[in-house]
Design a protein around this ligand. Structure first.
Ligand code: TA6
Length: 301
């Protein structure tokens, strides 16, 4: 569906319109009394969210991000589904699944009020996606843009056999300075340190970053706080139906291997990814569904 038809079918005067974005992909511009947001139909990815009066975006978006079919966009909130990380079956399928590098469709838009706008996206299966995943499914993402940002990712098993998934909302949170950032709410939580031979460790106190970090926290509380003191703000991440959260920053060591990330980009984001990853596998029987929900709120000290 082209931009004009999308605007005819789903545009909302004064709140929501479709534009041709980077890479020629359809983007959704939302502007209501609470916030502005930018969503790419390619990848079903929120790229920007900025509450009215807030000086900084919630999200980091790489200045060198790719906007090419088949490639992931570096930043915003990529959707990792139906697996998190490398292909669990080692069949050379894409890392983090196949929906963050494919087109989604709009299945609905709604002006809840002048303060809140909702968008419902549905993943569009392709021959390639069917070659990656043979179980019949539907995948919907509902995005609510108001004074906070909410994403709800719903998987339905429309077939007659049970299937299992892992998944995550791989949020790149913009911060003023990685050296001043702390993550609160993980004190006393066990984690797997992927950069130290997958050793099991216990988080003591706030999470701070002084080098490359890639940790999978298990049995997390439903609210995590990023204390972004350089921007004099806190970002609250409240999630439901996930037991795990991933904390990642590439520092210089991994950044050098990421051509779609500017060299100093690591200083301006922390990835806190809420989801069901590694051991937190979600089994969905035929005819059932499973929703992962995460809300992001910015507050001032
Ligand atoms: O954030 C966890 C992680 O799995 C890291 O290993 C790192 O690879 C990151 O995801 C980004 O993955 P990507 O495939 O987007 O480069």
């Amino acid at each position: 569906m082209d931009i004009e038809q999308l605007n005819i079918n789903y545009g909302i005067a004064g709140q929501l319109r479709f534009v041709k974005g980077d890479g020629g992909f359809p983007f959704i511009l939302i502007s209501n009394r609470s916030a502005t947001a930018l969503i790419s139909l390619y990848a079903g990815q929120v790229l920007s969210f900025k509450p009215t009066g807030e000086g900084e975006d919630l999200l980091f978006l790489s200045q060198k991000a790719y906007y090419d079919a088949g490639k992931a966009i570096r930043g915003g909130i990529p959707i990792c589904w139906p697996w998190f990380g490398p292909d669990p079956k080692d069949l050379n399928r894409p890392s983090h699944g196949f929906v963050r590098n494919s087109l989604w469709a709009v299945s609905g838009t709604q002006a809840v009020s002048e303060f809140e706008t909702k968008v419902k996206l549905r993943f569009l299966e392709t021959e390639q996606s069917e070659s990656f995943w043979q179980q019949p499914f539907s995948l919907d993402l509902e995005i609510s843009v108001g004074n906070t940002l909410t994403l709800e990712l719903t998987t339905r098993n429309t077939g007659n056999q049970v299937f299992s998934i892992t998944q995550a909302l791989h949020a790149y949170l913009l911060i003023g300075d990685i050296n001043q950032m702390r993550i609160l709410g993980l004190d006393g939580t066990g984690y797997t340190d992927n950069l130290d031979s997958y050793t099991q460790k216990l988080q003591m106190g706030a999470v701070t970053v002084t080098g490359e970090v890639e940790r999978i926290y298990a049995d997390v509380k439903n609210e995590l706080i990023i204390d972004d003191s350089a921007f004099n703000r806190q970002i609250s991440i409240t999630s439901s139906r996930n037991k795990t959260a991933v904390v990642w920053n590439p520092w210089t060591t991994k950044s050098e291997k990421l051509p779609d990330l500017e060299n100093d980009g690591y200083q301006r984001f922390i990835c806190v990814e809420t989801g069901n990853v590694v051991a937190d596998v979600v089994e969905i029987p035929p005819g059932n569904e499973y929703s992962l929900l995460t809300n992001f709120r910015i507050s001032r000290n």
